[in-house]
Design a protein around this ligand. Structure first.
Ligand code: MG
Length: 294
């Protein structure tokens, strides 16, 4: 059977639907829904149906315009510094035994879908960088789950670009030690964070620690790595996050970026650039870069 992902698309008559992306084709799902989030909120009932779904015999949807696959998750958690090679290029150290570190992104204003522009400040001092990451989409409420059980709470996987403003990250004149880093200014900008193109159901992913990630800027390969280089694997991240708060269906965990970001090379995104990324064979996520209009 052709591998497929859940997508949100808009029909030519302007209606939003959930569908499946198989290769380059969008096809109708066997379970009708207006959105992927609606499907994931009923995941216990939906998942067994989708396991029987065959995209090769499903009706083709003509002129489907892909949208942000989840509109909107309640939370987007991001893991910081979670690949060994990225840790080395950023010249930071983190003992493997240390607890995973998370920060949050504001879902409704930060997330964008396939083809939508990444909006960057006109000021080059913002130093806008790319971060290709595996996104984990939660399918069941999770609180204090064990690492052994953690993957049972995953609905699927996607690609997320944790676009980061390096310029405002370190506070110039912090009022005290707890305020040295401005994570919101660095990571929470409007229309900064592409997600998609779809969500590959977890039952099609044999091992989330054996997925290839790649990111290109203007066609030049910048990041290429395997999730096998993660410091804390997906199960550890889910268990750790669920020890802090309740993970809800549709919540996204961005699992950290591998090496190949722009900062160590002094390269940053500029208006007119085109960023593409792929996780495994989940489909390509393409986003142009556009200057913020004030
Ligand atoms: Mg990141």
């Amino acid at each position: 059977m052709t591998p497929w992902s859940l997508v949100s698309y808009r029909t030519t008559s302007g209606e939003d639907r959930a569908g499946a992306l198989a290769g380059e084709r969008v096809v109708e799902l066997s379970v009708a829904a207006c959105s992927v989030l609606e499907l994931i909120e009923g995941w216990d009932a939906v998942e067994p149906e989708l396991k029987k779904f065959d995209p090769d015999s499903a009706p083709h949807v003509n002129d489907a315009a892909l949208q942000l696959p989840l509109r909107y998750p309640r939370k987007v958690l991001c893991s910081g510094t979670n690949y060994y090679a990225h840790m080395r290029e950023m010249k930071v150290s983190r003992a493997a035994a240390a607890r995973p570190y998370f920060f949050l992104k504001p879902p409704t204003t930060a997330l964008i879908g396939p083809g939508e522009p990444i909006v960057v400040p006109a000021d080059p001092a913002a130093k806008v960088d790319w971060e290709a990451e595996l996104a984990v989409v939660i399918g069941r409420r999770a609180r204090h789950v064990s690492e052994a059980d953690a993957l049972d709470y995953v609905a699927g996987y996607s690609a997320i670009n944790d676009v980061s403003l390096r310029g405002p990250h370190r506070v110039q004149h912090p009022i005290g030690e707890p305020f040295q880093w401005d994570w919101l200014a660095s990571k929470g900008a409007d229309r900064s964070t592409p997600l998609g193109p779809g969500i590959r159901p977890a039952f099609q992913v044999a091992d989330p620690q054996r997925l290839d990630l790649r990111l290109w800027v203007n066609g030049n390969l910048k990041q290429q790595a395997s999730t096998s280089d993660m410091i804390d694997d997906v199960a550890v991240l889910i268990a750790a996050a669920s020890a802090i708060l309740t993970l809800e269906p549709g919540d996204v965990i961005a699992t950290g970026t591998p090496d190949g970001v722009g900062l160590p090379r002094g390269e940053f995104l500029r208006p007119g650039d085109v960023v593409e990324m792929e996780v495994a064979d989940f489909g390509r996520l393409t986003n142009p870069v556009m200057a913020e209009v004030s």
